[in-house]
Structure formats: C-alpha cells, structure tokens
Write a protein that binds this ligand. Structure first.
Ligand SMILES: NC(=O)c1ccc[n+]([C@@H]2O[C@H](COP(=O)([O-])OP(=O)(O)OC[C@H]3O[C@@H](n4cnc5c(N)ncnc54)[C@H](OP(=O)(O)O)[C@@H]3O)[C@@H](O)[C@H]2O)c1
Length: 321
C-alpha cells in the first residue's frame, strides 16, 4: 500500500511517499481502507519532534512512522474479538495515539470509530473528529454556553473555530472571530457577527467584554484574557503556547476564588461527541469547512501550508477513491 512515512523528526521534507506492507488487524482491531484523512496541529508537533511529542513517540527517532489521526474509510476486515463493526461499514474517527492515517490502510480499535452517515462524504467525515470534539468540549462541557451570550473565538479561521461558530450559532449567541486579514472575509461569510484582525487590533484592549472566550492559540497572559471577560465570564483554552497554558492551569483556581470569572482547559476526549456531530450534520446545521481536498503525494505540502497558517478550516487529503 502507499503511505506517507517519516523516519526522523524534522521539516515536511522528511516525509516520503512509500510502498509498504498493508497492516494486519489484531484480534480487537479492524482494518480500514482509508478514503480521506485530515491534518491536525498534533501531526505537525509529532513531525517536528517537540519535547512533549518526543516523550510520546520516541526521544531520538519516531517509533510510529506514519502520522494522521482523523480518518474516514471502509472496514475491510475485522479481528475475532470485534463486536460492533463488520466489513463494509463506513466509519470515521480520531486514531490519535495509534495514528497511521496517511496511508491507504490502517488498523484501529473499534472504540475509536463511529459509523459515517451515508449523506456525509469521506472528506467531510475526516474533517470532523479532533477539531469538532475540541469545539464541542470547549463550548459546551467547559464553556457552558448559553443563549444570548457574547462569545469570542481566538484563532477563528482554522479547524476548531470553523466548527465552533456553527455550533455556537445553534445556541443563539453573538460571535466574534479573531484571525488574520486573509481569513476575515471567510469568517463573515460563515456567520461571525464581528471579526477582528489580530495583526491590527488587540481584542483584550479594545474595551469589549465577552461572556465566553474560546481560545485555540493561547498566546497572551491569562490576565489579559480575564480582563476581556464580563463579570461571570468563562475563558476556555483548547491549546497554544505551553508557558501560557501552564499559567492558565496554575492561576485559574486563584482567579475563580477572587472573582466570579472561570478558566477552563480542554483535555480532549477523543471521539466522545461523534454521534452528536452526526446529528448536527444530518440536520444540516453543521458542515465542515474543507481546505482541499489534496492528494496523498501532496501531504508534505499540506504540512507546509498548515505550518504557515495559510489554510482555511480543515486541511483534508483524499487518500484513494
Ligand atoms: N486540548 C487538547 O487536548 C488538544 C488536543 C489536540 C489539539 N489541541 C490544540 O487544538 C488547537 C487546534 O486548533 P485548530 O485545529 O483550529 O488550529 P488551526 O487550524 O491551526 O487554526 C488556528 C487559527 O489561528 C490563527 N492564528 C494564528 N495566530 C493567531 C493569533 N496570534 N491570534 C489569533 N489567531 C491566530 C491561524 O491563522 P493565521 O496563521 O493565518 O493567523 C489559524 O486560522 C491547537 O492549539 C492544538 O494544540 C488540543
């Protein structure tokens, strides 16, 4: 089978399209023919080999050599202990921890997979898992979003932000999106009520206050974010600068003690809300925003595009048709 393989940490130049053996499912796994996969920030961290990802995937060289977590495909074979899935089922899910999605076939535990709706393309399905889960768990589980609120999404034009605005609109909230100039038109067309160009304006200093802030970049002091909240507001981070995340972790409890404001940090629960996403998709209320689709041999370029922040929504790769 064809796969994008890396044997050392580095830039996208170390990614190679290779012909390798098809994987064989263990007793509790299924073999999936991959039709589409999407790219996540986590893939970029694993490619570069930052210190945390080296702890996960090998200190000196990568143990798992095929990246790609968010896949959509068809079950080809099942191990003898698999109970829920059978050959022919169309599935999607986040295989983070297992990875292997930038390949024509991958094996995964059935617990990592949900059935794909017939009305959903493989590309749409592959766009959903990580970004939509972060958006849902950030807005609903940590953010306790309520109708009539004012929400700000920092880093609005990527995977999480483009799902988050659509989900937030179901709750009747007023949404402001912060991103770079090139993405503001797309944000307006998606239904953001207000947009802010972060290269020209600092939303923590313009006097506006929000009930909820969902942050995918976390590049400022937690105290700046707290200042931009209304009295009972909640700041939720899904990721960003490690130093800033640690600051949010340690100062968050103290902030809640001395004010009515709260700080939430999303620890991704992979695949938890895929059934909810199926419902929203079926109702026509949430639709993935896809950059691409690209082909498997374009994967190194998609990493470059992602690294430059030049993508809009989710970068999706069609692996085979
Ligand atoms: N909590 C967890 O368990 C968990 C698990 C997996 C991933 N994550 C995190 O989830 C996040 C993934 O988000 P995503 O997929 O939406 O990322 P994304 O697609 O890269 O989107 C980020 C957006 O932010 C914009 N941006 C860059 N710098 C900015 C700034 N200073 N201010 C405002 N916007 C800025 C980027 O555009 P420009 O570059 O054009 O500005 C881009 O549109 C990452 O932070 C990742 O680490 C968390």
């Amino acid at each position: 089978m064809k796969a994008i393989v890396y044997t050392k940490y580095g830039t996208p130049d170390v990614l190679e399209l290779k012909e390798i053996d098809k994987p064989i499912p263990k007793d509790d796994e299924v073999l999936i023919k991959v039709f589409a996969v999407s790219l996540n920030d986590w893939d970029c961290g694993l490619l570069q080999g930052d210190p945390i990802n080296r702890l996960l995937n090998g200190l000196f060289k990568p143990k798992i050599k095929i990246l790609g977590s968010d896949i959509a495909g068809r079950v080809e074979a099942v191990g003898k202990n698999v109970k829920k899935l059978q050959p022919g089922d169309e599935v999607f899910g986040d295989l983070s921890g297992r990875w292997g999605g930038f390949a024509e076939y991958v094996c995964a535990s059935e617990n990592m997979l949900a059935l794909k709706l017939a009305s959903m393309t493989f590309e749409e399905a592959a766009a959903i898992p990580q970004a939509a889960m972060l958006a849902i768990q950030g807005l609903l589980d940590k953010g306790k979003i309520q109708s009539g609120q004012k929400l700000l999404i920092n880093g609005a034009g990527g995977g999480v932000g483009t799902f988050a605005v659509q989900i937030a609109k179901l709750f009747g909230v007023e949404v402001t999106g912060v991103d770079s100039s090139a993405k503001l038109e797309m944000l307006r067309s998606m239904g953001f009520d207000h947009v802010i160009d972060y290269t020209k304006e600092d939303f923590t200093k313009n006097g506006q206050r929000y009930d909820l802030i969902l942050d995918v970049k976390t590049n400022r002091s937690i105290l700046d974010y707290i200042r931009a909240l209304r009295p009972n507001g909640i700041y939720v981070t899904v990721g960003g600068s490690m130093i800033r995340l640690l600051q949010a972790l340690f100062l968050g409890p103290a902030i809640s003690m001395i004010s009515k404001k709260k700080v939430g940090i999303v620890a991704l629960k992979p695949n938890k809300d895929l059934a909810y996403m199926n419902e929203l998709f079926e109702a026509g209320t949430v639709k993935p925003v896809i950059d691409g689709p690209y082909s498997l041999d374009e994967v190194p370029n998609t990493f470059r595009l992602f690294g430059e922040g030049a993508h809009k929504g989710k970068v999706v790769i069609t692996v085979q048709t």
